[in-house]
Design a protein around this ligand. Sequence first.
Ligand code: NAD
Ligand code: 0WE
Length: 262
Amino acid sequence: MKLLQGKKALIVGVASKHSIATGIARAFHEQGAELALTYQTEKLRSRVEGFAEEWGCTEVYPCDVADDQQIADLFSKLGESWGGIDILVHSVGFAPGDQLNGDFAEVTTREGFRIAHDISSYSLTALAQAARPLMQGRNGSILTMTYLGADRVLPNYNVMGLAKASLEANVRYLASSLGPEGTRVNAISAGPIKTLAASGIKSFRRMLQENQKRTPLRRNVTTEEVGNTASFLVSPMASGITGEVIYVDAGFRITAMNALEE
Ligand code: NAD
Ligand code: 0WE
């Protein structure tokens, strides 16, 4: 029996075949879930429609999470066609490029801070709010993607670290708020993966190489591994887990000065 047979899952954050959201969608599809996908801009539309076809998915909608009207339209259309949602995946993060290059105290601006927190954290609250009536009483599950920069300092991650700290607190407050109606809320903290969001980062290649040398498993993680953990977390197998951050990072978080002699 597949883990997610008959479940309806909305996935926000597919942009390319490398996206973490794409790995999650593929894993959910393999576990028998029915999918709905969104695209951020018209430029991404045909690509996302291509993935949808591959997974037998007919629900594809625009959703820029900065736009309240697009969020309202998305859930009103999904309400009409599906009547309810079991799973919501939020795999969205953004800060203006200039915020992620250089010394934190020098490069951070009021506007950069606002945008990072709006797109990377507030959007989870907004989507959860809009999804709430459709998820009521179905043992629903909400999942977001975070990074270690939420509680450790990494060069250049800068204001995104603050936004991820906010996102992780968001997970706890939403879990407390939606728990009484049966909805669970969790995050996966993934190790570094080469995606579009990573390709704009100076010395990301170098970070992947160093990470691979220092993790207990001596390798980087894949979007397939994130997808498999996501499938578990949103499934009844994880029915007792809410408000948590689960690390899928090949063990990196537990280390300090690891593999000095290698
Ligand atoms: P990605 O570029 O493939 O995905 C980022 C997604 O965010 C894209 O689909 C983009 O369209 C979407 N997005 C940005 N602004 C948006 C907006 N205004 N409205 C709607 N969508 C918007 O990169 P990814 O690495 O798959 O990132 C997904 C999530 O995983 C992010 O939250 C990221 O912080 C997190 N994460 C990434 C890594 C990594 O190393 N790649 C590690 C840990 C966590
Ligand atoms: O959360 C992320 C990526 C977030 C991200 C990336 C970009 C690049 C392009 C947010 N906004 C933008 N804006 C752009 O214009 N990750 C966890 C991947 C990542 O990003 C880093 C990392 C890692 C890991 C930035 C610096 C250091 C490490």
